[in-house]
Design a protein around this ligand. Structure first.
Ligand code: FAD
Length: 302
């Protein structure tokens, strides 16, 4: 039986792996994707991680993984289908086998909700982004569009007006859902334009986004809107299928745990974007991984 199984090898899981291995734990990391790195693999450049300015996201994911490999961490490439809490024993089920451990760290991250429209997958990282604070600076002096109508969409649009020449906010309804103060701030900005009652039908471009096709839902009329970027802010959801029936979660499905990563179930810890917290970034995921191992060590000592 392993001391610890870490599920997920994004920044949180890999950071936890490094800390756990260096603490001498019998450890296994189970990753569903063919590659480690998590969401970081989907960004072409990360410019806000201390010490690695302008690093390519793919390279960063591989660098994190190499660190764990160098220490001799054991990885298994398998999608975890469920977990079971048998008190002092936790069972991790994959399609092929059941693996036991004394403790678990769940680092399965979060996924940004997608529009599921033509061009979205192809142009993600090439002008389509789900994170304005991460990628906005790449479109300095250019035109950008944001789709969504809640607080995040409004905040993203306001943030982008500080660097982009022109920012469109596209919302399918005729009124915004986000906070009144944010609406008023956005409306007051000379380089922002809100397109109400419009949906984005497709994202166009070959090597990078060149335009989006938008539709007026009242008239059915479509037109192309030239833009270098489309920021999708239609929600984010935690990858919580494994734990939503076992661990206490908030209304949005994020696991309730403070920085220690301790959940309502002794021996099951969470780290990274799956945890309820104010800022979901690489640096906070990495910190969570380290903290969750500290909590796991404390639990295992008992
Ligand atoms: C396009 C984009 C750009 C971004 N840019 C930046 C940036 O510039 N700076 C920044 O700080 N942050 C950025 N972020 C946010 C950052 O990537 C996340 O905060 C961070 O990756 C969270 O790490 P995590 O380990 O918690 O989760 P994730 O990165 O989501 O990793 C979770 C891992 O768990 C695995 N997994 C999930 N379910 C299972 C299962 N059932 N079985 C096995 N494995 C499973 C997944 O395959 C994945 O590898 C960006 C995000 C996106 C999407």
């Amino acid at each position: 039986m392993y001391d610890l199984i870490i599920i997920g090898s994004g920044p949180a899981g890999l950071s936890a792996a490094v800390y756990a291995k260096r603490s001498g734990l019998e450890l296994l990391v189970v990753e569903g994707n063919a590659m480690s790195g998590g969401q970081v693999l989907n960004t072409y450049e990360v410019d806000n991680y201390l010490g690695l300015p302008g690093i390519d996201g793919f390279e960063m994911g591989q660098t994190f993984r190499k660190h764990a490999d160098k220490l001799g961490v054991t990885f298994k490439n398998a999608q975890v289908t469920s977990i079971e809490n048998k008190g002092n024993v936790k069972v991790v089920h994959t399609r092929k086998e059941d693996i036991e451990a004394k403790a678990l760290i769940i680092a399965t991250g979060a996924e940004h909700s997608k529009l599921n429209i033509l061009g979205e997958d192809k142009l993600t990282g090439k002008g389509v982004s789900y994170c304005a604070t991460c990628d906005g600076a790449f479109f300095r002096g250019k035109t950008a569009a944001v789709v969504g109508g809640g607080d995040v969409a409004l905040e993203d649009a306001i943030y982008l007006t500080r660097m982009c020449e022109k920012v469109y906010l596209i919302h399918r309804r005729d009124e915004l859902r986000g906070a009144y103060v944010l609406q008023e701030e956005l409306k007051s900005l000379p380089n922002a334009e809100i397109l109400y009652s419009h949906t984005v039908e497709s994202i166009n471009g070959d090597a990078a986004v060149s335009s989006i096709t938008i539709k007026d839902v009242k008239t059915g009329e479509t037109k192309d809107l030239p833009t270098s970027a489309l920021f999708v802010a239609v929600g984010i959801h935690p990858t919580n299928d494994l734990v939503k029936d076992i661990l206490d979660c908030d209304d949005s499905g994020y696991v309730l745990a403070d920085e220690s990563g301790k959940t309502n179930v002794p021996g099951i810890f969470v780290a990274g974007d799956i945890r309820k917290k104010p800022l979901r970034q690489i640096v906070t995921a990495v910190a969570d991984g380290a903290n969750a191992v500290t909590s796991a060590l404390e639990y295992l000592k008992k």
